[in-house]
Structure formats: structure tokens, C-alpha cells
Design a protein around this ligand. Structure first.
Ligand code: ZN
Length: 503
């Protein structure tokens, strides 16, 4: 039986505000779209948390045996400084300030983003499309929206007609906003504004003089609106209906609301069936923001080079720390919390390392209840993950199992009572959850230590060869004898070569 049948998932769907049984549109397959970064500055930790949350969703679905197509875009045009379609394009602005080509800005911060994702062991998506690579699809999308009567052109720019759309489909269904209220609460538009209503948003913007990023279109030279790329690219790679759409909570309105409206306005399908939103990071109880001076970069967190940090923390400690809370809860950064996470992470990984040192299980009289309890402990962690990807609860369950492993190590007679097959199944699942689902790697890896040790011995052997060549026998003997004293035997081979063995 597939694991996904054994562990059905319940997911908190933002669209319905309900926890629902997850049933993909097509059996055994999942299509997931997550809004990626706008690549005009370094990734901040809030972003890391969002992408880590969806990394867990991706990893867990894959672990359960689903074939997952995970699309996470790169926004490299169209995201304006102002929320209401005004101001400069964020990337064009950065390019102007740094005197770079916009695509140099894009490449630089895309590389940086990938490095940070790799550092925290966040897997790459199946497809990582860019907005600039999908101008043709976006133009076609706009044309269909206009044809359906939900878009209008004014002097080279095209806007989405929210009021008209709302006559046929509810606008605000995701964020729970009421359009009539929103319209009555918004100021009257000044005469020079092109929009019919301030709730309308840009699908296409005319490139004013000197604008660097522009493409020809039926409405003249311009560039796509920010919300549009996600509609066009999710439809292209996942279809008009797909399973999961994710992103940070701050994107719910207007970005995701606009996406749904564009999709329905274009093809009468709403896109994703399940919407998942990750919560934000706070620092000592306050929202993490550049303006508050409490936003760390990943690098500052690793080096401890920030006034709010007592010291640096490893990437896996930070990953573990973030997983200690459910994605839908806020997560508060503090030195105490990070230190507690570091301890927990080391404790969990120590029990993984202990597994190889355990005695043989099942050599005594088998205690079925104890054997089943071990397996049940690991299965509990799976059920926690199936409960809306609750890593916090899953980690607590894994700690129960790691306590058992410690007991087995200290007291082999306990392990003797555990059925061998049950033990092996439980341990395989335990290791799988830690490495494949939670993506935790052992930073104090023995294999890494072994590599370093071998390298150091080879350096010493090379020095001994040189000493011999120079007829400095005193030194060459000293290297041999000192290495022998610490358990490394050097053997002289033919032709002056040397080999070694470690006791
Ligand atoms: Zn998006």
C-alpha cells in the first residue's frame, strides 16, 4: 500500500477556512505552485521560513509516494515599489542605483537566493520559471481577460476591472474581504488616474520613457503586472486546475486574490484547490522588518554578527528551530529559543548516530507490546506530519523514539525484547522522516571527520617522503614513530611509495 493511503493528509485550506482531507485531482500526483522571491535584494529570514515550510510540504508528499510537480517562480520584472501599481519596478530601481543591467541584478540575487536555499537544505523545485521568460503567455492571458470583458486598456496600460468581475464571481473570497465595502471605503480617484476604480490592478503597464525592461505587446511597449506572472505560469505548468498554491501570509491580499480573479477572468477556473499560507517571523515578540533594525540576514545568523545575537548558529540548528513551530503559527526568534533548538537538534542527531552502535535486536524473549510501541512512536510522527504538516508535533514524537533508542543503547536487554523486523521497519521510517522529510543533516558527520583525517595523514606522508629524499632520516623516522604512537601505521612500499593503516 502506498504510504499516502496509510497516512491521509488533512490540510488547513485558507480558501475555505477549513481543515480538509487532501485529495489530489489526479490519483498519486500533486501539482504545487509557490510564489518565489522578487530578486532585487538579499533573501531575508522570513523568506527562508516560507520556503522551508513548502520544502516540508514538497518533501513529505514525495516521501508518501506522490509524484509531485513543484513550481516556484522567480519574479524578475513587474513588482513595483508601491502597492497600488505605482512607483518604479523594484529590479529596475536597484539596477539604476547600482548602475547595473536589470538582468545583472536578477542574476546576482537569484544566485544568492539559490545559495541560501542550499545552505538550509531546501530542495530546488521541479520547475523554476521566470516572469521575463513568460511574456508571451502573459500577453495571451491578458487578451483572453479583455475578451471576456474583465480587462480594459487605457493609453497603453491594461487594468483588471474588479467591479465588473465581482458581478460574476466573488472578489475577495480568499482574504474574506467584501468588495462593496472596499469600494465604499476607498477614496474617489483623482482625474489623472487611469483606473476606473482604485481596486483595479494592472495587468500590463506602459513603459514610460527610459524604462529598461519592456516588451512589445498589442498595447504598445510595456511590461506585465506583478500578479499576472503567477496566473500565467501556474496555468502553463500545472493546468487551469491544480492542487496546492502556497506563499507567505502577506501575499494573500492583494497578490493571491488577484491571481484567483485573473484565472477565473481568463478561463473560469480558480487555479488551486488548496491554498496554504505560511506565517511570519517575529524577533523578541516584534515583527521582523528592516525598518525595525531586527531583520537578520542568513549570514548574520550564522556568524552571530548582529547586535541582537549572542553568537552564531549553524544552518541545521536554524532549520531545526524553524521546524519546531507549525508553519501557520508565528515564530519568535530569540537567543534562548535558538540555544534550546541547538540542544534539541544535537540530541536528535545523536540518537541517529547511536543506531549503528546498537546491539542486535530480538535476541531474547520478544515483548510484542514493547515492539509495537516503538513502531507506533514513529508512526505517530507520520500522523503528525499528515495533520497539516505539523513539524512541531512530529519532532516531539521523534524525541519519544530517540529516548527509546538511548535506552536500547544503555540497556541491551531492553533491545533484546524488540522484534527484529519491527525494529528495522521502525528505524528505517525514523531515519527517513529525519533526513528525507525534515531534511536534517548531521553536521558532525563521522564521514566528514574521516575525510579530514585521511587528508592530514597524506600530508604527513608526503613530508616523510621529502625528508627521506633529502636523506633527513631523523625526521622521516620521527614522522613514522609519532604517527605510530597515535595509531597510524606507515608501510614503506616499493619505489619509495608509502601506504598507511589506522588501528
Ligand atoms: Zn505569486
Amino acid at each position: 500500500m502506498s504510504l499516502y493511503k496509510q497516512y491521509p493528509i488533512n490540510v488547513q485550506n485558507t480558501l475555505t477556512s477549513q481543515k480538509e482531507l487532501f485529495t489530489p485531482l489526479s490519483e498519486g500526483k500533486v501539482g504545487m505552485y509557490v510564489c518565489g522571491p522578487t530578486v532585487y535584494s538579499d533573501v531575508h529570514l522570513g523568506n527562508v521560513r516560507t520556503f522551508l515550510s513548502f520544502d516540508i510540504v514538497f518533501r513529505y508528499l514525495t516521501f508518501l509516494g506522490y509524484k509531485v510537480r513543484y513550481v516556484r517562480n522567480i519574479t524578475d520584472v513587474g513588482h513595483l515599489v508601491g502597492d497600488a501599481d505605482e512607483g518604479e519596478d523594484k529590479i529596475a530601481k536597484k539596477a539604476r542605483l547600482d548602475q547595473l543591467e536589470p538582468m545583472e541584478v536578477v542574476q546576482k540575487y537569484t544566485n544568492g537566493f539559490h545559495d541560501v536555499m542550499q545552505l538550509f537544505n531546501i530542495l530546488p523545485p521541479s520547475i523554476e520559471p521566470t516572469a521575463t521568460g513568460h511574456i508571451v503567455e502573459q500577453i495571451a492571458f491578458i487578451q483572453q481577460i479583455i475578451e471576456n470583458g474583465y480587462g480594459y486598456e487605457v493609453d497603453g496600460s491594461v487594468y483588471f476591472d474588479v467591479k465588473k468581475y465581482n458581478e460574476d464571481h466573488p472578489y475577495g473570497e480568499l482574504s474574506g474581504r467584501n468588495v462593496e465595502e472596499m469600494i465604499s471605503n476607498t477614496r474617489e480617484l483623482a482625474g489623472q488616474d487611469q483606473k476606473k476604480n482604485s481596486l483595479d490592478f494592472a495587468l500590463w503597464k506602459k513603459a514610460e520613457g527610459g524604462h529598461l525592461m519592456k516588451w512589445p505587446s498589442p498595447w504598445g511597449e510595456g511590461f506585465p503586472g506583478w500578479h499576472l506572472e503567477c496566473s500565467a505560469m501556474s496555468t502553463k505548468y500545472l493546468g487551469q486546475d491544480f492542487d496546492i498554491h502556497g506563499g507567505g501570509m502577506d501575499l494573500k491580499f492583494p497578490h493571491h486574490e488577484a491571481e484567483i480573479a485573473q484565472n477565473k477572468g481568463c478561463n473560469n477556473h480558480g487555479g488551486a484547490k488548496y491554498w496554504i499560507h505560511g506565517n511570519m517571523l517575529t524577533v523578541n515578540g516584534r515583527k521582523m522588518a528592516k525598518s525595525e533594525g531586527n531583520g537578520f540576514t542568513p549570514e548574520e545568523l550564522l556568524t552571530g554578527n548582529h547586535k541582537l545575537l549572542e553568537r552564531g548558529y549553524s544552518a541545521m540548528t536554524v532549520r531545526f528551530f524553524m521546524l519546531m513551530s507549525h508553519y501557520a503559527s508565528t515564530l519568535d526568534f530569540s537567543n534562548e529559543a535558538l540555544q534550546a533548538a541547538e540542544k534539541g537538534y544535537k540530541r536528535l542527531m545523536a540518537s541517529v548516530s547511536l543506531i549503528d552502535k546498537l546491539a542486535e535486536p530480538g535476541t531474547g524473549a520478544i515483548d510484542k507490546a514493547k515492539s509495537d510501541a516503538l513502531k507506533g512512536g514513529v508512526e505517530k510522527a507520520m500522523m503528525d506530519l499528515s495533520d497539516d504538516f505539523n513539524t512541531a508535533k512530529a519532532i516531539a514524537s521523534l524525541f519519544d523514539v530517540s529516548s527509546k533508542i538511548n535506552i536500547f543503547y544503555q540497556n541491551p536487554s531492553e533491545l533484546a525484547q524488540i522484534d527484529k523486523t519491527t525494529f528495522e521497519e521502525a528505524i528505517e521510517l525514523f531515519k527517513g522522516i529525519i533526513s528525507e522529510v525534515l531534511g536534517l543533516q548531521n553536521e558532525n558527520d563521522d564521514a566528514q571527520d574521516g575525510k579530514v583525517l585521511k587528508g592530514v595523514i597524506e600530508v604527513l606522508i608526503e613530508l616523510r617522503k621529502q625528508a627521506k629524499f633529502a636523506k633527513n632520516y631523523e625526521l622521516s623516522d620521527k614522522i613514522r614513530d609519532d604517527l605510530k604512537a597515535v595509531g597510524v601505521q606507515i608501510k614503506d612500499e616499493k619505489g619509495g611509495e608509502m601506504s598507511f593503516t589506522i588501528d
